[in-house]
Design a protein around this ligand. Sequence first.
Ligand code: NIG
Ligand code: FE
Length: 405
Amino acid sequence: MTNTTPKRRLWRDIKVFDGLRTLPEAMAVVTEGAQVVSLVPMREFDERLAKGCHNMGRGGVMTPGLVDCHTHLVFGGSRANEFEARLEGASYEEIARRGGGILSTVTATREASEDELLELTRPRIEAMIADGITTVEIKSGYGLTVGDELKMLRVARRLGEVLPVRVVTTLLGAHALPLEFKDDSDGYIDLVCKEMIPAAAEEGLADAVDVFCEKIAFSVAQSERVFEAAEAHGLPIKIHAEQLSSLGGATMAARHGALSADHIEYLDEAGIIAMREAGSVAVILPGAFHTLRETQLPPIAALRKAGVPMAVATDANPGSSPLFMPTLMLNLACTLFRLTPQEALAGMTTHGATALGLKGGGRIQEGCTADLCVWDIDTPAALAYAVQPGRLRQRLFQGELTHAF
Ligand code: NIG
Ligand code: FE
C-alpha cells in the first residue's frame, strides 16, 4: 500500500519573519506536503499539534525563501578586464560606448551553446540557492537576435526544471543595440516587437518583458513601443529606468501598469506618484550602485513616504553587479540605501514576489506554499547585519527539504 498522507513537519520555538514583519512571539510552525498549515505562538502550542509530525528542531529564525526578482544570470564570458578598466578611471557608459560592456557579453553568449550556458549558469544559481533563494527571475538580453534570446530563455526554463528553485523568465531583447543594427535602433526595436516578443510568447518562454531605458540604450518612446507589443501578447512589463539619468521611463512604464521599475536612482517625484497609482514595485539594486561606485541615491525616503513597495534584488550580471549573494544585498540595501533590516527582508520576500506578479508569494502564513528558510541567527535583522555565509540551517522548496546543514 502506498502512503498517500503528505509529510508533516514541525518547528518549535522559532522566530518568524513572515515576509512583512517579525512576529512578536516565538512560534510553532507546521507544514504538510507543500503547504504551511499552522502558525501558532508557542504560548498556545498544544502537544496534539505535534502528532504525526517530523520534528524539524527548535530555535533560530524562519523566513520565507528569498526571492531575487532581478538577475541576468545566464551569460557567457567574464568582464574582469572591464572591472580593471573601471578601477583605472573608465566609466560604465564610456566602456559601453566603446563596444565593450554588455556587447562583449553578447559576443560570448552568442558563441555558447544552450547546454554550455546551462552548465555555466548552474553553479551561479546553486550558490544563490545555498544562500536562501527559492525564487529567481532570470532575464535574457545577451543574445540580441531572435534565436539567441530564445536560447537564453530556454536555458532559464531548463534550470527551473533541474534545480529546486522557481525560475521566472523575462525577455530583455531591448537591452542593448547589437552591432548589426548600429545607427538603426528603431530597426532593432522593430525586430524586438515584431519577431522576438511574438516568438517568445508563442513558445511560452517569457513570463514578462523588460527594456533598458537609458541614454546608452533605448529611449522612452522606443520602450513604449516594446510595451505595446508585450501587451498585445498578454505579457506583463518591467523596466530598467533612471539608473544613470532621469528620462521618465518609470513614469511611462507605470502608465502601462508595469510590475516594477528597477534601479531608479534618478526617479523624480512624478515617477513616484505614477508608480504609487499603478501599484508598481520599486526594485532597488544596491549591487550595481556599489559596483559602479554611483553617488546618486534612489529616493528611498520619498518612496517610503508614498507607500511604494520596495523590492531588493541582486541584479546579478557579469558587468554592473557580479555579486551572486542575495544576503549581501540585504546588507547593502541597509548600509548604502538606509533601508531598515525589516524593509530589506520584505524587499527580498513579499515585495520581490509582487515585482514578479506572484501574488501571495514570499510570505509565511497558513495556506501559503512552504518555500522556507531556517537560519542559525537569533533575530531576523542579523541576516542584514552580518555578511556571513553558512548560516542557512534548512531550506524547503515547495515543502521538500532540499538543504539541511
Ligand atoms: O541591470 N542596466 C542594464 N543592465 C544590467 C547590466 C548588464 C551588464 O552590464 O551586463 C543592469 O545593471
Ligand atoms: Fe539589470
